[in-house]
Design a protein around this ligand. Structure first.
Ligand SMILES: Cc1cc2nc3c(=O)[nH]c(=O)nc-3n(C[C@H](O)[C@H](O)[C@H](O)COP(=O)(O)OP(=O)(O)OC[C@H]3O[C@@H](n4cnc5c(N)ncnc54)[C@H](O)[C@@H]3O)c2cc1C
Length: 385
């Protein structure tokens, strides 16, 4: 992965934005359980940060995913996971399929405002009874005249309380589960949508998550993204960027916790010596930093191949698996070195402990990543070629 001056400029812009517009407010937003998403997104949209990889015709920068990865990595300098998660949903989870397969009209109506920061997007895939098993979603979109009529319930939908539209996965036929699904853009103000109160979460506190009910919701059939029946495939493709986002976005947050822990352990005196001078402490921190660098290399390699048009299913899944596990390791080990202070809510290690836990669950749990990796290794029982 070779970074150019343009990559570095993008890094600087994101970092400055985070330092000026986000980090000073993180404590307040975490305590409030929300952040002014429209205001923050508008400012990001004005800087072009919500459309780094999106087509120029719709207001994006038209750059390849290496720039998207740089953006995501720098968003990792935010001192919580909630705000970057909300941004990642907008840029890398709810809009990649729309940008790639949406009609011109659909992209003008929804993608362009999402890039400009005028609209907030949500991705509505998971349901109370279907998370890991995406093919099991029960929400239906049935044709009636020129419309789809949507019925179902979506669960744990990030950004939904403030969203302007959903990119929703629904069954559009009774065919086999992998070919009966479609992605449909559903405006939040359509009649029949109820967003429940935000869920009370362990971490990602500043990001709002809620259950959303669709009761005979009518949307025009022109809101279909791409071809009918291709929704599952498009969602699987969309997951690639989500997984690369998850991996790159966590690198700097883990390094921040490691660095803060080094500083604390250097100053903290235990049994008459600096805590950091215990070999078990400085060796462990060195090991964690090594793991972060290894994950960075894996993520960069996946991204490099991705921008060169290669299939990165295996590498992106490996990066996603690794980041979920490593975030837990870094958070747990560092928290331990902070002792009682690590158990306090505002501690950087405890923040990562809470926020990073989602990494092994959301967007495909560790076991789902292992299943995909096994498939690519041809080691799944009964599935050998
Ligand atoms: C904070 C938060 C935000 C989210 N945001 C969104 C969003 O914006 N949009 C959206 O659509 N969804 C969202 N989700 C949902 C998320 O993607 C799902 O929670 C996730 O896919 C796991 O699904 P599940 O919770 O139904 O777990 P289940 O499918 O019930 O699985 C439970 C556990 O079982 C294990 N497991 C699953 N399958 C296997 C297997 N084959 N072998 C062995 N073990 C297995 C895993 O450890 C898994 O964690 C969000 C979730 C959270 C918590």
């Amino acid at each position: 992965m070779k970074f150019t001056q343009e990559h570095e400029e993008l890094r600087r812009t994101v970092r400055q934005f985070v330092e000026k517009e986000i980090n000073p407010h993180v404590k307040e937003w975490e305590a409030a359980g929300r952040f002014p998403i429209h205001e923050v997104f508008k400012k990001m949209g004005d800087l072009g940060l919500l459309g780094v990889t999106k087509p120029v015709e719709y207001g994006g920068m038209g750059l390849d995913y290496s720039y998207g990865m740089v953006m995501s990595e720098e968003m990792g300098t935010v001192h919580c996971g909630g705000v970057p998660l909300a941004v990642g949903v907008q840029t890398d989870m709810a809009t990649p399929a729309l940008a790639r397969f949406g009609s011109d009209q659909l992209r003008r109506d929804y993608l362009a405002p999402a890039i400009a920061g005028d609209m907030v997007a949500s991705i509505a895939v998971s349901e109370p009874q279907a998370g890991s098993d995406v093919a099991a979603v029960k929400t239906t979109a049935k044709k009636d005249g020129d419309d789809y009529v949507i019925n179902g319930t979506k669960m744990w939908i990030t950004n939904s309380p403030s969203a302007d539209f959903f990119c929703l996965l629904a069954n559009t036929s009774d065919d086999k589960p992998h070919i009966n699904k479609s992605l449909i853009v559903v405006p939040k103000d359509a009649a029949g949508i109820t967003v429940d109160k935000p869920l009370d979460k362990l971490g990602m506190r500043s990001s709002e998550t809620a259950q959303v009910f669709f009761d005979n919701v009518r949307v025009p059939q022109r809101n279909l993204i791409g071809q009918e029946g291709m929704g599952f495939m498009m969602q699987m493709m969309q997951f690639q960027e989500e997984r690369l986002f998850a991996a790159s976005n966590s690198l700097k947050g883990m390094e921040h916790v490691i660095n803060e822990t080094i500083e604390y352990a250097r100053e903290r005196k235990v049994f008459g010596m600096s805590l950091l001078d215990n070999q078990t402490v400085h060796f462990r921190l060195a090991e964690l930093q090594t793991e972060v660098e290894a994950l960075r290399a894996l993520t960069y390699r996946a991204c490099d191949l991705y921008i060169n048009g290669q299939d990165v299913l295996q590498l992106a899944s490996m990066a996603k698996l690794k980041v979920g596990r490593l975030a837990r390791e870094v958070a747990d080990s560092c928290l331990q070195f902070w002792g009682g202070n690590g158990f306090m809510w505002d501690n950087p290690a405890s923040q990562l402990y809470r926020d990073g836990r989602l990494g092994s669950i959301g967007g495909g749990a560790d076991e789902i990543m292992l299943g995909i990796i096994c498939k690519t290794m041809n080691t799944l029982p009964g599935k050998k070629k």
